[in-house]
Ligand binder design. Structure first.
Ligand code: PLP
Length: 409
């Protein structure tokens, strides 16, 4: 037997902790931002990729196909139209970079702007993937309070003023204004205008993440911040993950050309996967407009099932809103519940949840909160999963006392 080679001393500083081996999906999966298997348009995707390959499969011979480093041109052309009609954005295909998921977009923008020790503003409750990424840069992450309309402008102004007094200018304000993760809020247009003015006056860039903006129940949303600013001082990322399929790993960055040229310099992977881009361009030009409303309607139904199940199983022990879109619900449990511990106990029972502290800069505020993703499980699994979670919570923390109208004392 060859003796093991000890590579641990070679690790670069700041390398993340080793990953655990994957042991399969939990029975009740309320994490990870997965979408629903029944929403994947399998046959249409097969048709789309076949058509695209027959027509231009030989272009796979070149990095970047016939489209150059920004990504497959027909997909960018589709996005030009979609972003205009959906989010009011006036952009050309040269303002759009196709990425391997919007996570790559997040990485590229962070790499472009965040140096070690820089200050970055985020919404107090925000996407956990952003928090872990910024932490790797040793960034000083400052959370700004939210309300039911998203980022609070009084809190933003106060934070910027406080930082200014200390001579600190943040690199950007990372925001998810349209279906906020995890709270689900949509920032109204008036507040967006105020937001842009405050950021502009402070000379701070806005980093706008629109991962979920297609999934608004009413199918109407305010213009993006990027649209309202005509792209000045705003970098935008979006994704096909939640509207079509997460595992395709296709997202995009939208930026003015001067910013884009710099981002492009950092994207040194010789292009994102071509088949996915070709398939999506073909599929979306025909079906996106009819697919998304169907998905939104069914997700809205799952949200109602989740809300009903929580009300039934947790009674007044669970507080939550009625978000206007998205795939998750942000839930408050009684103060004595530590959701990090709850998540561990739930995991052992085959239930995955996102504990609040991983989704917030204020660990104490988020201690008794959690995020539940409802897109992937079917209605019955949602009901059973919530009942199982209530059972674990009662065992570990003594709440909820009542469940399904049965007193458990
Ligand atoms: C707010 C937000 N941004 C970005 C992402 C990354 O998405 P993807 O890389 O699949 O496009 C997620 C994933 O859940 C998210 O919630």
């Amino acid at each position: 037997m060859t003796a093991p080679f000890d590579f641990a001393p070679l690790l670069a500083p700041g390398t993340p902790a080793p990953a655990a081996k994957w042991n399969g999906h939990p029975k009740y999966n309320f994490i990870g931002g997965h979408v629903a298997p029944e929403h994947i348009p399998v046959q249409e995707l097969i048709d789309a990729v076949t058509t695209a390959l027959k027509r231009e499969g030989t272009t796979l011979s070149m990095y970047g196909l016939n489209s150059g480093p920004l990504g497959y041109k027909p997909l960018r052309d589709f996005l030009v139209g979609k972003l205009k009609s959906h989010a009011g954005m006036n952009v050309t295909a040269d303002n759009i970079l196709i990425t391997s998921g919007s996570l790559q977009g997040l990485d590229l923008v962070n790499n472009l702007l965040v140096g070690r020790g820089d200050t970055v503003l985020v919404e107090q409750e925000t996407y956990g993937g952003t928090l872990t990424r910024l932490a790797r840069f040793d960034a000083k992450i400052v959370g700004v309070a939210l309300d039911e309309d998203g980022l609070r402008m009084d809190a933003l102004k106060r934070t910027l003023d406080d930082l200014d007094k200390k001579g600190i200018k943040p690199k950007f304000i990372y925001t998810i204004p349209t279906v906020q993760n995890p709270t689900g809020s949509v920032m109204p247009e008036k507040r967006r205008a105020e937001f842009l003015k405050i950021a502009r006056d402070a000379g701070v860039m806005i980093f706008e993440d629109e991962c979920y903006s297609d999934l608004v129940w009413s199918l109407e949303r305010p213009p993006s911040l990027y649209a309202m600013a005509d792209g000045e001082g705003v970098i935008f990322i979006g994704s096909f993950s939640k509207s079509i399929a997460v595992a395709l790993r296709v997202g995009y960055v939208v930026a003015k050309w001067d910013v884009m040229a710099r981002i492009l310099g950092l994207k040194q992977d010789a292009g994102s996967g071509a088949l996915e881009q070709m398939m999506l361009a073909e599929y979306c030009s025909k079906h996106f407009a009819s697919h998304v409303p169907k998905v939104a309607k069914e997700l809205h139904g799952k949200l109602q099932t989740l809300r009903e199940s929580l009300a039934e199983q947790f009674g007044t022990s669970a507080e939550f809103g009625d978000p206007p879109g998205g795939i998750f619900l942000w839930v408050k449990l009684p103060d004595n519940v530590d959701t990090v511990k709850l998540a561990q106990a739930a995991n052992a029972a085959g239930i995955s949840i996102n504990p609040g502290p991983e989704w917030s800069t204020d660990k104490q505020f988020a201690r008794s909160r959690l995020r539940l993703c409802f897109a992937n499980p079917d209605h019955d699994t949602i009901r059973k999963g919530v009942a199982a979670l209530a059972e674990v919570c009662r065992r570990e923390f003594g709440v909820p006392l009542r469940s399904a109208n049965i007193d458990k004392r």
